[in-house]
Ligand binder design. Structure first.
Ligand SMILES: Cc1cc2nc3c(=O)[nH]c(=O)nc-3n(C[C@H](O)[C@H](O)[C@H](O)COP(=O)(O)O)c2cc1C
Length: 105
């Protein structure tokens, strides 16, 4: 993170053109997304697509990460994000369903 690194991803989406919506999930690491998520956002032009961000965390919530995604993808629509504490992730199905409903799925 200090070096603004872009770790290489081990797999790639060959047919991103066919996706309208990306559900983008990641853990909160030091108040931001893991740098591999920045690699992902660098790798694809998500202009015109909808990005729905969700995070697991240990207390910091989303930490403004949806705005960081919007900075990286200025021509995408970034929905309200979902924050789930890692310790309660296993029991969060109804929370996830409510969020999906709220953002139109
Ligand atoms: C390197 C590292 C940095 C982290 N930084 C934060 C942080 O700044 N804020 C936070 O709420 N959680 C932080 N966490 C906790 C992770 O978000 C949490 O472990 C993850 O979401 C999964 O939850 P779980 O470990 O309870 O399964 C960090 C974890 C790691 C490994």
């Amino acid at each position: 993170m200090n070096a603004d690194a872009r770790p290489e991803l081990s797999s790639h989406v060959e047919n991103m053109d066919q996706y309208d919506t990306i559900l983008l999930g990641y853990p909160n690491w030091w108040g931001d997304m893991p740098m591999s998520i920045y690699t992902f956002l660098d790798e694809y032009d998500l202009s015109g697509k909808t990005i729905a961000p969700f995070i697991t965390h240990g207390g910091s919530g989303l930490s403004g990460t949806p705005a960081n995604i919007q900075d990286e993808e200025p021509h995408a629509t970034v929905t309200d994000g979902l924050a789930v504490n890692g310790s309660s992730a296993k029991n969060s199905q109804s929370t996830v369903n409510e969020w999906l409903s709220e953002i139109g799925f």
